[in-house]
Each structure stands twice: as C-alpha cells, then as structure tokens.
Design a protein around this ligand. Structure first.
Ligand code: ADP
Ligand code: MG
Length: 847
C-alpha cells in the first residue's frame, strides 16, 4: 500500500477511540482519513475479539460507493463481503459486511427503527467540515444514543478543516488529533476579470496561458456542469487540447468517469471541476489551480419554499482549500479570478446546511425520533427558528404531525428516503392503487432532471412553443416519456433530450421507492397497490404531496396565477398546462420579478378537491364602506376559490367588528356636533365638580365607548352609529335620582322675570353663563344661583341689539353702581325701550 501521512497517526487515533466516546480527526485532504481510518478500526475490533459493525458515513452518494471500492481494493477484498456500501436506492452488503460505507441518511433512518444500534460499534462521520444537515442531525441523535443506552458506542468525526471553537463549545474536552498538512507553498495570484467578460471566457484564457507558463497538471474550479462543459468545448478548440487531456469532473458523472479523471495517465491534465475536487477527491500531480471563485450552493428560498441552487461567491475557507490543491507534489500556483479587495470581502465560512436548507425532512426525522419539539436536543448549531417553523407548518399541512406529535402516516413518511412531500404523494398513490407509476414520478422529481435543459435552451423557440398537455400536466407528460423510454417505445420529448443514464438512475430509484413503500404498507395489511392505471389517480396523489402549492389562474388564457399563501406565480413558457383554472406548482424557480416561475405544473379539477374545501363566513369591517360586511368564502387552505356577499348571521360578531371600526374611526363615529348631547355632557361635568356628593360618573372616553358599544348592537355602519340616540343611552348610564338632580341643580334653561326660558351655557371649569337682555331681568334683585345655591350664574347682560353691555355675577351691585351709566348711554340709542330708574323693582319686559 502507498504510504500516507495518516499512517503514523493511526495508533494514536485507535487509542483515543478506545478511551473516548467522541474523537475528532482533522487532516488535510489526501492524508488518508477516508481510506485508512475505518479499516484500521475494523482491524482493532477483530483483534480484540469483539464484534460490531463500523459505519463510515459520507455526505454524497457517489462518494460512498467509490470509497467502499477503494477500501476493498486496498484490503484485497470483494465489495459486498467484509466491506460494502449502502446508499439510498443502492447497496452491496451481506451478512458478513463489517464496514459499511453509507450516506448519513441511511443511518438516520436506521436509528428510527433501531435506536440502540444493536450491532454497531463505531460510527465515523467523514467530511464533517461540509456540515451536511443529515450529519448535524445524526451527530445529535448519536450523542443521545450514547447518553442513554449505548455508552460503548464510538463516534469519530473526520474533517479537512475544523471550527475548533464550535466543537469544543458543543462537545467539550474531547481528543482532537490533528495532522498538519505536509504540503508545499502555494503562491496566490489575482487576475480579476473585466466586468464585461463572461466568467467562462476569462477562465479559458487564464487556463490556456497557464498551460504555457507553468508545469504540471491544472485544476480549474467552476460552479457547475453547465460552465464546465462550455469551458471544455472552448478549450478543446484551442492548442491546449493538443498537449493536454481536458477532463470534466462533477458529482453527477458516473464512478468510472470520475476515476478516469483522478487516476494518473501519460498525458498532462486540465481538470475542470466543481467543488467536488475541493476536499473529497484528490487529483495527484496538480501544480496549478485556477479558481473562478464561484460555487453553486443549495439554499432555502422562503418565497418559493424550496431549496434552490444559487450561484455564489465562495468563502475564504473554501478559497484556501482550493489553493491548497496546487501544493500536493511541489510548490504550486493558484490563480484567483477576483481582486485582492474582493478577497477581503469574502465571508470567512459558508454557513452550514442547517442554517440555509429546507428543514422539512430533518424535522420529520426528529419528530419520528420523539424530539420534534425538544428544546435541549444536542445540536451543534441550532436551526433557524423561522425555517424550523416553516418546516413544521408544512409537516402539519401534509398530515405528518399534529399537535406537536407525529401521526401514523408521518411515521410511514419518515421511513421513506425521499422528501416528505414525495413520501406523502407515494403513500397516497398506494391507497389509490397507482404506486409504481407514482414512485417513478417521485424518483423523477427527487433525482437529477433527466431532460437536458441545455439542449432545450439551444433549440429554436418555435419547436417547443405552446404544446398543450393532453393531461393538463407537465409532470404527466414527462412521466409518459420516461415510461415509453423504459418500455423501449418511441417517444418525442418537448422537454429536451432524454439522458439515458439519468433515466436508469431514476428507474432504479423508483423500484426502491415502490418496494420500500410496499413493505411498509404490508406490515399493516395486505394491499393491492397497483390495480389502478388511470392517469387521474396519479395526478390526484400529486395533490397530497403538494397541497400548499395549489394555484388559481388569474384569468382564462393567462399564464399567471395566485398560489396558496398569496404568492404570485407564472407558468414557464414551456409548460403545457394552458387551460385548467387550478393547477399545482410542482417545480418552481424564484423568478426575477414578483412572480415565481413554475417549470412543472399539474392541473387540478375542482371535483378532486370539493370534499376538502372549507366554506366559511368571513365578517369584517370594510375600510372604505365604513361598515361591517359579510362574505361567504370557499377556500383550499388560504386560497379563495369562491366568494359571495352574504347576510350577516352572527349579530354578536358583527357588533364586535363594528365596535373595532368605531374605535379605529372614532372621530367619524362620535357625533361631536350634536348640541343636545354635548350640552348634557357639559352640564354633568360641571355639576360633578360643584356637587361631588351626587357621585355623578366621569364622562370621558371610556364611558362614551361603553355607550358606543351598546349602540353597535344591531347596527352595521359608522353613519348609523353617528345618528344613533347617544343621549338616551348616555342618560341611561345615570340613576333616576341623578337625572332629577341634574335637571334641578344644573338646568338647561332658566325662567327669567319676563317669562322667557333662557338657555344656560355650561363649560367645565368655568362659571355657568346666562346671556339675557337687560329688560328681561328687571325685578331680579340679586344674581340667581344654581347647584343648590353654590354657584352664581355669570350674567351677560345684553342691549336690545343683543350686544353684551355688562358681565357680572353680582346683579345687586350692578343695579346700584353700573346701571345708571349704562342706562344713560342706551336710553339715547334705544329711546323706545324701557329704562326705569329702579330696575330691581321694575316690571320686566321682553323688549
Ligand atoms: P482524505 O480522506 O484524507 O482526503 P483519502 O483517504 O481519500 O484522503 O485519500 C488518500 C490518498 O489515497 C489520496 O491522496 C489519493 O492519492 C489516494 N486515493 C484515494 N482514493 C483513490 C482512488 N479511488 N484511486 C486512486 N487513488 C486514490
Ligand atoms: Mg476524505
């Protein structure tokens, strides 16, 4: 065996594992973590005479297979014997297999049915720096297992780089075995691209120059397969192709294709790779790295409710890793296609998946585990609360959980290795008797798109404009093409060329899904899952998995609609779902504008959902009509299918809603220019001060609102409230004795000597005012008083022309002192009026 840096540390690692429940191994890529640690642990176990399997967990399915093959090769055994692998939809293991290379999801699901992991002695989490969601979840669950039933279980965390602080904070003082990288220095050069340039063109130029300028193999990092193929095409047209092999390398390639790239050959290599070559695959002989600085990263996009691949700038940590790939065999060079300034602006690390991906599957697993609502689950890093809440909401909507607990259907869903949506769909299809077809559909949606979009894009648009789907479903059209291809029947694809390798993967995944579902259901009852071949059955079960994706077309013939949750959607020009009013948005893109773009839609007939529609009466205060209105709504979740105005049936509810409107628009509800109302209020307010012993209530906003509330009974609009008999209802708040006292002690009017009933003006905090012509009060000797004689009226004595001549609250003194002067003056101007010398004893008159 080829000597590797890790070899001399294996003793130390084995010792640590013997003595500690959790051990961390940090070593640079290519040290031999993946291929050497697990086999030597296996050796240790068999030497100690104990038994127990080892799980070596990888974040990627393809890696699991190739790692198993490499380990088997190095230990000269056949795959599937002592060493095997198991990934979703594929495995090679037997009774004798002691080292299982698997993806994290495999062990996650196993834990659900075998929480003590009876026959497992060691679990290795490889590539832990990638912090896959499954790895985070699994680590928490394994720690629970250690703490409760399996003290002897060992966990080994293996990683190329480590956030030591985070590990220490969460896991405490555990042994960390670090292997320093024995790499050569790498010089970083910055060749930023012109903003007008296309990244691929710039990269191709830099790669061509590097072939001339430097020695050794070249490794270029690009964001994805699309860019890689474009760059490869360009490079193959240049002289580079004469001297070198131009080799693409990305995750979706087959294992054979990948190993051809990794193995050393006679010719110089230019490898064009995604970040798969960052840490998990090592290419010997690389002396130059050309780094585009970009990567496609899965991110949860809340407005679509989906994980999407987003093109992003890589982090500093990942730029360092990439550069390091140039220094494995000799000093190297890394050419970065960005500026040094941009370098400083890069984030230090990429956020772990738990902070950026859809948490629905993870949440379902945790609910099945019994800790869905647990506050103290030992997360390395807690998931984001909003994302967790969204996941929980979707699980509720799918019927997987209810009142914080997993449901029977939820348990079944958690056992299928597909997204909870697809699991729900497949289980529903099994009920309807169309399991196999639905499994194929699920596999198509879960796996890589088998239709080549690149080819689609390059075609002239006329080829695929406006085909109408016979089944009103893009999903169904695709499914039919897959089925034809699988049965070797002719087909025509409007979705781009069918990739047969992707089709094979889908077909075998479908097989697994359908087998697993069948065995899941047969545990409960014998059930014929495949007696129904009607396409409608499939389309209906789509609804079970995507209930929150129902949309309603805004207008017949238009391609846009409104989806549950109030999100606007727009059908992709390629969608054939042109007619149905209702459709499910199965595959969505964020879209540029406000609408999300629907790439795959599937029509829904109203008949299918009739029995699940909710009809409710909605009663609310209409903000522009300023009144309570009621509407009858028929809804699917929050999507309104029909709305009709209706009579208000619930009077108490209408009253409460109107009162809310009254409070909100108080100025428009309260009749502040109603004189009798306002006059009465002022009288009460004044008298309350003058005669506290009457215990009159304070008439402020609280009391007036109380009155308003009573007035709302049976009324519907603000204008009705404004015109309502406020005074009557306000008076009703007082006792008869109080009302009598008010009439007596703070009368609205007073009879003056002339016989007229004159109004008294009340205003809180001021004396009461009586404005009256002088002649009318002749014979009054003194100022009249109210409030049981406590308060004199303030007399405004008026001339015959109603102009105030004197203001006084002491009439006797006025008669004696002021009157003679006033009389002289007024007698001249109004000679016809009476101006007696002794007004206190004169006859009053109205003139
Ligand atoms: P690590 O996990 O520390 O990155 P690996 O155990 O994956 O390291 O690889 C250690 C070394 O073994 C690599 O440098 C590589 O040269 C070699 N190697 C690993 N897998 C293969 C393979 N499939 N074919 C050839 N060489 C391999
Ligand atoms: Mg590795």
């Amino acid at each position: 065996m080829q000597p590797l840096p890790i070899d001399s540390y294996l003793h130390e690692i084995l010792d640590a594992v013997r003595g500690h429940p959790i051990v961390v191994v940090e070593a640079p890529p290519g040290s031999g973590k993946t291929t050497r640690v697990a086999p030597s642990l296996l050796e240790m176990i068999s030497q100690s005479g104990t038994s127990g399997r080892i799980y070596l967990l990888q974040p990627r399915r393809l890696a699991a297979r190739s790692v198993a093959e490499r380990i088997a090769q190095e230990s000269a055994s056949t795959i599937g014997e002592r060493i095997g692998y198991q990934v979703r939809f594929d495995h090679q293991i037997s009774r004798n297999t002691q080292l299982i290379v698997a993806t994290e999801g495999i062990l996650l699901r196993r834990l659900q049915s075998d929480p003590a992991l009876e026959d497992v002695s060691i679990v290795l989490l490889d590539e832990f720096h990638e912090r896959s969601l499954d790895a985070d979840l699994l680590l928490g669950m394994l720690r629970r297992v250690q703490d409760t039933v399996r003290e002897d279980l060992r966990i080994v965390i293996m990683s190329a780089t480590l956030d030591i602080d985070l590990i220490r904070e969460s896991l405490g003082e555990i042994p960390i075995i670090r292997i320093e990288s024995r790499t050569f220095p790498v010089r970083n050069l910055y060749k930023p691209m012109n903003p007008r340039d296309r990244m691929v063109d710039h990269l191709v130029r830099v790669v061509s120059d590097s072939v001339q300028q430097y020695e050794g193999d070249i490794l270029a990092f690009l964001p994805g397969a699309g860019e890689i193929h474009r760059a490869a095409e360009e490079l193959n047209r240049t002289s580079v192709a004469r001297d070198c092999d131009v080799l693409p390398l990305y995750g979706a390639m087959t294992l054979e294709e990948q190993s051809r790239v990794v193995q050393t050959g006679p010719r110089r290599k230019v490898v064009l790779a995604t970040n798969i070559a960052e840490t998990s695959l090592t290419i010997e002989g690389v002396r130059v790295v050309v780094d585009s600085g970009q990567a496609r990263v899965m991110r949860f996009t809340p407005d679509v409710g989906l994980d999407r691949l987003c093109l992003e700038s890589i982090s500093q940590a990942s730029a360092t890793q990439r550069a390091g790939r140039a220094g494995r065999v000799a000093p190297g060079t890394c050419i970065r296609l960005w500026s040094e300034a941009a370098d400083r602006a890069k984030a230090a690390h990429l956020e772990p998946e738990i902070r950026r991906l859809d948490l629905c599957s993870a949440a379902l697993q945790l609910y099945a585990w019994g800790e869905g609502e647990s506050e103290d689950f030992p997360w390395l890093e807690k998931p984001r609360e909003d994302a967790w809440a969204a996941a929980k909401k979707l699980l509720e909507c799918l019927g997987a959980i209810s009142h914080g607990k997993i449901t029977p259907i939820g348990i079944q869903m958690s056992q299928l290795p597909i997204h909870p949506r697809l699991a729900r769909m497949v289980l529903d299809a099994a009920e309807r008797g169309c399991l196999s077809r639905s499994a194929l559909l699920a596999a198509m949606l879960a796996e890589r798109d088998p239709f080549d979009r690149r080819e689609q894009r390059d075609r002239s648009p006329s080829i695929h404009t406006k085909h109408t789907s016979k089944w009103f479903s893009d999903c169904m059209e695709r499914l039919l093409i897959l089925e034809s291809a699988l049965h070797r029947q002719p087909f025509e694809s409007p979705f781009g060329e069918l990739n047969f390798s992707a089709l094979r993967t889908i077909a075998s995944a479908a097989e697994q899904i359908s087998t697993q579902t069948r065995s899941l259901l047969e545990r409960d009852r014998a059930h014929d899952c495949d007696q129904n071949t009607a396409p409608e059955a499939i389309l209906q079960s789509l609804l079970a998995g995507f209930p929150d994706r129902l949309a309603r077309r805004r207008q017949a013939g238009k391609s846009n609609g409104l989806m549950v949750g109030g999100k606007g959607v727009s059908l992709h020009p390629q969608s054939g779902v042109l007619e149905p009013e209702f459709f499910l948005c199965i595959e969505m893109d964020g879209g540029k504008g406000s609408d999300a773009i629907v790439r795959q839609a599937s029509g829904v007939e109203v008949d299918w959902i009739l029995d699940k529609l909710v009809t409710s009466e909605e009663c609310f205060f209409h903000p522009s009509q300023k009144q309570v209105v009621a509407r009858k709504q028929t809804r699917w979740l929050d999507l309104v299918l029909q709305e009709t105005p209706t009579a208000i049936s619930d009077n108490a509810k209408a009253k409460a809603i109107l009162m809310q409107g009254v409070r909100q628009y108080w100025d428009q509800a309260y009749p502040k220019d109603d004189e009798s109302l306002c006059g009465f209020i002022e009288r009460v307010r004044c008298l309350r001060e003058w005669m506290p012993e009457l215990e009159l209530p304070e008439i402020g906003l609280p009391l007036l609102e109380e009155v308003a509330e009573e007035l709302c009974d049976g009324r519907r609009s603000l204008s009705e409230i404004r015109n309502a008999p406020w005074l009557d209802w306000l008076r009703a708040k007082l006792t008869p004795e109080q009302l009598q006292a008010i009439e007596r002690e703070a009368p609205a009017r007073i009879q003056v000597p002339s016989g007229s009933q004159i109004k008294i003006e009340y205003e809180q905090g001021k004396p009461p005012v009586l404005a009256v012509k002088i002649q009318e009060v002749f014979s009054w000797r003194a100022t009249p008083r109210i409030a049981r004689g406590r308060v004199p009226l303030l007399l405004h004595l008026l001339s015959p022309a109603m102009r105030p001549q004197q203001i006084t609250d002491d009439l006797a003194s006025f008669w004696a002192n002021g009157y003679p002067e006033v009389k002289k003056e007024l007698k001249r101007r109004y000679p016809k009026h009476s101006w007696p010398d002794d007004p206190a004893n004169a006859e009053p008159g109205r003139k």
